[in-house]
Design a binder for this molecule. Structure first.
Ligand SMILES: Cc1ncc(COP(=O)(O)O)c(C=O)c1O
Length: 455
């Protein structure tokens, strides 16, 4: 059959509260046009993030009941550890309450002033945790990854030439090399197995450990299977094991490709690093067999890891996002190409050329999508990145609106509704004006800034 259906049926539902355009105008006014300030009950389709928003399966809910809440020696930890090692056979698996806690522990040990840590593109929290130690986070993405219209199949790849030059010049200051799969900050673009292996080999040639930020490892493996020469006949678990066989450790947010609403881990092979990390864990997260999680969360993750490598699921997951991207492209709405694993990015800068970057075209579009159809998206542009540490403001590299798709949550008719809303706004795009910021905090302004629409 040509039609790819959602490979699940629905046993439990959450009602969506319908609102009118007039009600949403009032909600927007009350929220000062910041979608982070809108209550989730007032959102029809919530595409703010794919993190922690997955629908759990019946087996995961059953696993919650199996959860053993003993402080030490819990079988929930054993099931969690076994499920992680089945796919990523690292020697030590250290649970944390989410991905950034694993990063904080790792970089508090290997980071520090004067150190430099290269990656394809560090995700915000990874960068933040590296910089918090006084180290520098360095992005060495291939050039194609920075071009929204390039159709390169692996736009998340690291530039191995730049990595080699970088290590040759800075080896004494580099404690480790990282790579993020898929590359969230670059639009959920995948990294090829060939690139992961090459980066691992280069790191090892310079005697540096290689860590993978594996948040979306299963989506990445699906792209390897479907796009990389010689990989089509292989199973997803085999590809995943190959990806991690090149690495010395990983950080993970189970809120993505483990279908959990909370959780994460740090896994490493190095005994000494593991011992220091476990001591930090006990100070900041909890004992080594639960690390800030309940036993039931560990069981939900263990079950989620078995489900996320299912090919029917992954085919549906990537196809559902591609479907939205194809329909938007056919209607002339500019998006970042090709569609990545977990989100569709609208190029608001290209769609609304009449709005200058510092009048925030991405924010104007995100607000218009909410007003028109109750869609909550996220501006990734000059609101998020424009304010500089010296207080000045400059345009971001791109003005994007991210539609992050929660896992197993929305159906095709939700996608059709989303497309209809975007196309309705696109039809009257010339009438959209920008926004101005009337209040903002000192840092991370996109979460709490207050806006007014320009008339
Ligand atoms: C690539 C990547 N790394 C790390 C994180 C941090 O994970 P968490 O939100 O669980 O702290 C995220 C979260 O969005 C991410 O996308």
């Amino acid at each position: 059959m040509r039609t790819i259906i959602e490979p699940f049926r629905i046993k439990s539902v959450e009602p969506i509260r319908m609102t009118s355009v007039e009600q949403r105008r009032e909600i927007l006014r009350d929220a000062h046009y910041n979608l982070f300030a809108v209550r989730s009950q007032d959102v029809l389709i919530d595409l703010l993030t794919d993190s922690g928003t997955s629908a759990m399966s019946a087996e995961q809910w059953a696993a919650l009941m199996r959860g053993d809440e003993s402080y030490a020696g819990s079988p929930s930890f054993e099931r969690f550890e076994a499920a992680v090692k089945e796919l990523m056979p690292f020697k030590h698996v250290i649970p944390t309450h989410q991905g950034r806690a694993a990063e904080a522990i790792l970089f508090s040990i290997v980071g520090g002033p004067g150190k430099k840590i290269p990656s394809n593109t560090h995700f915000d929290t990874t960068r933040g945790n590296i910089e918090a130690t006084g180290a520098q986070a360095v992005d060495l993405l291939i050039e194609e990854g920075k071009n929204p219209s390039s159709l390169h199949p692996f736009k998340g790849n690291m530039d191995v030439g730049k990595l080699t030059t970088f290590l040759a010049a800075n080896a004494d200051h580099v404690p480790c090399v990282m790579i993020t799969v898929t590359n969230n900050a670059g639009g959920g673009q995948p990294v090829s197995l060939e690139n992961i292996k090459a980066v691992g080999e280069i790191a090892h040639r310079y005697g540096k450990p290689f860590y993978i930020d594996g948040c979306r490892f299963a989506e990445n493996a699906w792209f390897i299977k479907t796009r990389e020469a010689g990989q089509a006949g292989r199973s997803i678990p085999d590809i995943v094991r190959d990806m991690f066989a090149c690495a010395d450790g990983m950080t993970m947010s189970a809120k993505k490709d483990a279908f959990a609403n909370i959780g994460g881990w740090l896994a490493v092979n190095d005994d000494e690093l593991a011992s220091t990390a476990k001591n930090r864990l006990i100070l900041t997260e909890g004992f080594t067999s639960y690390g800030g999680l309940a036993g039931r969360d560990l069981d939900a993750i263990a079950q989620g890891l078995k489900e996320v490598v299912d090919e029917d699921y992954l085919q549906y997951r990537v196809r559902a996002n591609t479907y939205i991207g194809e329909r938007l492209t056919a209607a002339g709405v500019p998006i970042v190409q090709p569609v990545g694993g977990h989100a569709v990015f609208i190029d608001a800068g290209a769609m609304l050329p009449q709005i200058p970057a510092l009048r925030y075209p991405g924010q104007a579009l995100a607000v218009a999508l909410y007003e028109a159809g109750g869609i909550r998206s996220c501006e990734i542009g000059s609101v998020m990145f424009g304010r500089q540490t010296d207080g000045t403001e400059k345009p971001a590299a791109m003005e994007l609106v991210r539609l992050a798709i929660p896992r197993r949550v929305y159906t095709q008719s939700h996608a059709d509704y989303l497309i209809e809303v975007i196309l309705e706004v696109a039809q009257r795009k010339e009438s959209l004006k920008g926004m101005k910021i009337v209040w903002e905090p000192k840092a991370l302004r996109h979460f709490t800034a207050q806006f007014e629409p320009l008339r």
